[in-house]
Design a protein around this ligand. Structure first.
Ligand SMILES: [Zn+2]
Length: 328
């Protein structure tokens, strides 16, 4: 009986999910804007919440960003220029103008924010929806849908960027994408995930450069630099660049020095290693002991609280039982 009931519930949920999805799909097909928030530069119309209208202040910033890109500025440089001017990034702008005035995200423009803004065709007046969705009604994991399922409406709202500027910027973006694709190494860089910035503690990211020499030879160089510096468009922290070849030499010389020490006196190196491991495990044991005693104290506290709660509850119930049934 129980299995049959679960089967019916499951069937009902599946049916409900497909009905909701088909209604949303029809709304998207008709050109209604269904996302929770309007994109930066727009706001939802007061008369029709499914229609986008231009938001004067942020739209001016969008125009400025497109003009900066047209003049040849890189994504990171644009982010840095906006940060220098003290212009709020999209999430903060929304929170200040339409939300509660605060937001948990960074107050800085990042490289990725500028890049996605400059590639978003919403600014050319096109509304593209149905790009993402959940895997199934049982699994809410967000997935990116294939381009064939996207629903686009040209001229769905007023464009912030004119067709000439839009086309010019898209050409620059495509060229930049090609350069970065050519420079992307076929596999992850050797030290990725192992280096952090000495100043801000953020991980260092790898970048590959291609150098074409006059004699026709092509050389690739990999270097690592602070990811915080890269994402905020150089507004915070500094470059701290180190070439992979220098790191390789450093690591190699360290390995060689250890090898030499082992060859010279193996027993001494083994003793040193043993001491090191013992001291590390002693420190670990001490940490564990402290954690155990802390948890024991907390357990006692919780037992006392539970006992007190039980007593309070018991005395309240007892009092209620002794209350007179009728007013005297
Ligand atoms: Zn840093």
């Amino acid at each position: 009986m129980l299995h049959f009931r679960s089967l019916m519930n499951d069937y009902h949920l599946k049916d409900l999910s497909s009905k909701v999805k088909s209604v949303l799909h029809a709304k998207k097909k008709s050109g209604q804007y269904l996302a929770a928030y309007a994109p930066y530069g727009y706001r939802k119309s007061e008369e029709d919440r499914h229609k986008l209208v231009i938001d004067g202040e942020s739209a001016a910033v969008v125009r400025q960003i497109f003009q900066m890109r047209q003049s040849g500025m890189a994504y990171g440089k644009i982010a840095a220029a906006l940060n220098e001017k003290g212009i709020l990034p999209p999430r903060w702008y929304w929170a200040v103008h339409y939300g509660n005035g605060s937001c948990k995200y960074s107050r800085l423009w990042a490289y990725a924010t500028v890049r996605s803004l400059l590639n978003d065709d919403v600014y050319a007046g096109t509304l593209t929806q149905n790009c993402t969705g959940s895997r199934s009604y049982k699994d809410k994991t967000m997935i990116r849908k294939p381009e064939s399922e996207w629903i686009s409406h040209e001229g769905a709202h007023e464009a912030i960027i004119g067709p000439e500027l839009w086309e010019a910027v898209q050409k620059i973006n495509q060229a930049a994408k090609q350069i970065s694709a050519n420079n992307t190494p076929p596999q992850a860089s050797l030290f990725t995930g192992k280096l952090v910035c000495a100043d801000c503690g953020h991980p260092l990211v790898a970048a590959r450069e291609t150098q074409r020499r006059k004699n026709g030879t092509v050389k690739h160089y990999t270097s690592y630099f602070c990811s915080r510096f890269a994402t905020t468009g150089h507004s915070i922290c500094s470059w701290h660049r180190i070439f992979e070849i220098s790191l390789k030499n450093l690591v190699l010389s360290e390995i060689r020095a250890h090898g030499k020490a082992v060859a010279a006196d193996e027993a001494a190196v083994l003793d040193k290693l043993k001491q090191h491991i013992q001291s590390a495990s002693a420190a670990q044991q001490e940490d564990c002991r402290q954690e155990i005693s802390r948890l024991r104290r907390r357990l006692e506290e919780l037992e006392q609280i539970t006992a007190k709660l039980y007593e309070d509850m018991y005395s309240k119930t007892a009092c209620r039982q002794w209350e007179p049934q009728f007013p005297l």
